[in-house]
Design a protein around this ligand. Structure first.
Ligand code: ZN
Length: 429
């Protein structure tokens, strides 16, 4: 029988039963093992026995990134230090890093989750997986590596950058899968073509992690490399690492591992559940994490739940792509807008490139106005800019429900920076 990393629930009822069991276990475990969680429960007036249904999760307090920093260096620790076999830390650049602890069971759970991602992407033991993400204290390299070994495929741990070695191994080792960020994928795709080795490589799939990519960018990579398919893996250090979910070959959404964590999508302002299909903040509660369990952890990542089931037949629930961070949300005329939504709309217009800015201002009539300044695609004749500006306005209005002005400039006119580009210019005060 073929080995599988998929859970064997017959229906969602069984999955919910499993979730309730895991929730009860996590609450009792954290109450017993962590002074931080115990005082959180006491403040909320709750003892573990009070949790009798999945709805009771709403009685629990939230955990935030700040709580992790306050508990530095081993926050949320709910087991004896002697049971911790590894730590990883987030790649945050300012202040204290978030350090997360793992027991051996936690590592096993994580690698099973990751192996399931590879299985969902259709990989087998015959695949050769070239891993071009960072190794070290962060979770990326370890996750991709040990998940690959858990599946039984061949791992080729090159790490990020090192384009010469990447290209040589693509040819010499005939790697079938390449794991990297979206910008690395684009760089490799261009490089492979520049070096004229496209017909010497055997690359079939790319698995992207950690960086939001527009559909325009993905289409370009897929075409340049002649790939069969591309997948987006999700995850964060707090939740084991990458490997918390992935899209299947139908690409109708990200299947996430609901047998390992409960996902709530909440309005980041009111912290109440959003309506089905609306964008909100992902809040996660782990179901079997021992060393640093998460209870209603506010991830700040934004997405929406996908309510219909996937045509692939897998019962594991789906959420949409990550739309950005709740810290980046802007409110215009009472509508919440996330940069990820603008990305999405602009990506749907072929004449528009990937660079854009949002300018917000309050005019003398007391009303707020938004102008989207976008770059045209390379080679586009800006004499036709007016039509495209109308397209942008129409698309934003129909998909985000706000009116805006649009300004299209020639390719290369908006500033390029090495780090993260500033996209939002809020001049309302
Ligand atoms: Zn599916």
């Amino acid at each position: 029988m073929k080995k599988t990393f998929m859970p064997d629930f017959k229906d969602t009822g069984q999955l919910f039963d499993h979730q309730l069991k895991g929730l009860k276990w996590t609450i009792a475990h954290a109450y017993k093992g962590s002074q931080f969680y115990k005082s959180q429960f006491e403040k909320a007036g709750i003892v573990p026995e009070d949790i009798t249904s999945l709805d009771d999760i709403r009685r629990l307090s939230f955990t935030t990134g700040n709580d992790l920093k306050t508990g530095y260096p081993l926050p949320l620790l709910s087991v004896r230090q002697a049971d911790v076999v590894r730590i990883h830390a987030s790649s945050g650049t300012t202040g204290k890093r978030k350090v997360l602890s793992y027991t051996q069971n936690d590592l096993d759970t994580w690698f099973d989750m990751f192996a399931r991602c590879y299985e969902m992407a259709g990989l087998t033991t015959k695949d050769r997986v070239q891993i071009a993400v960072g190794y070290g204290v962060w979770t990326a390299g370890m996750g991709f590596q040990l998940g690959c070994e858990r599946l039984g495929a061949m791992a080729i741990p090159v790490g990020p950058g090192n384009i010469d070695m990447q290209c040589r191994f693509l040819v010499d080792l005939q790697s079938t899968v390449f794991c990297c960020t979206a910008s690395m994928a684009l760089l490799m795709a261009e490089e492979v073509n520049k070096r004229g080795i496209k017909d010497k490589i055997n690359l079939k799939k790319i698995i992207l992690g950690s960086e939001r990519s527009s559909s325009a960018m993905r289409a370009k990579i897929k075409d340049l490399l002649g790939l069969e398919d591309m997948f987006d893996i999700t995850g964060m250090t707090e939740l084991y690492g990458p490997g918390a979910g992935i899209d299947c070959h139908k690409h109708e959404g990200i299947h996430y591992w609901a047998d390992k964590y409960i996902l709530e999508i909440l309005n980041p302002e009111t912290l109440e559940p959003v309506k089905d299909g609306e964008i909100g903040e992902m809040v996660v509660t782990t179901l079997c994490k021992e060393a640093s369990p998460l209870i209603r952890y506010r991830t700040r990542d934004l997405t929406r739940k996908i309510t219909q089931s996937c045509s692939c037949g897998n019962i594991l629930f789906m959420h949409d792509k990550i739309m950005g961070r709740s810290d980046d949300m802007i409110i215009l005329k009472g509508v919440n807008i996330y940069p990820g939504q603008i990305d999405e709309v602009l990506s749907s217009i072929p004449e528009v490139g990937s660079e854009y800015q949002l300018h917000l201002e309050r005019k003398s009539d007391g009303k707020d106005y938004m102008t989207i300044k976008a770059e045209a695609r390379q080679g586009f004749d800006v004499n036709h800019a007016k039509e495209i500006m109308d397209k942008i306005k129409k698309a934003v209005h129909s998909k985000i429900m706000v009116s805006c002005a649009a300004d299209l400039c020639a390719y290369g006119k908006l500033p390029r920076v090495a780090g993260k580009s500033q996209r939002i210019f809020d001049n309302r005060s």
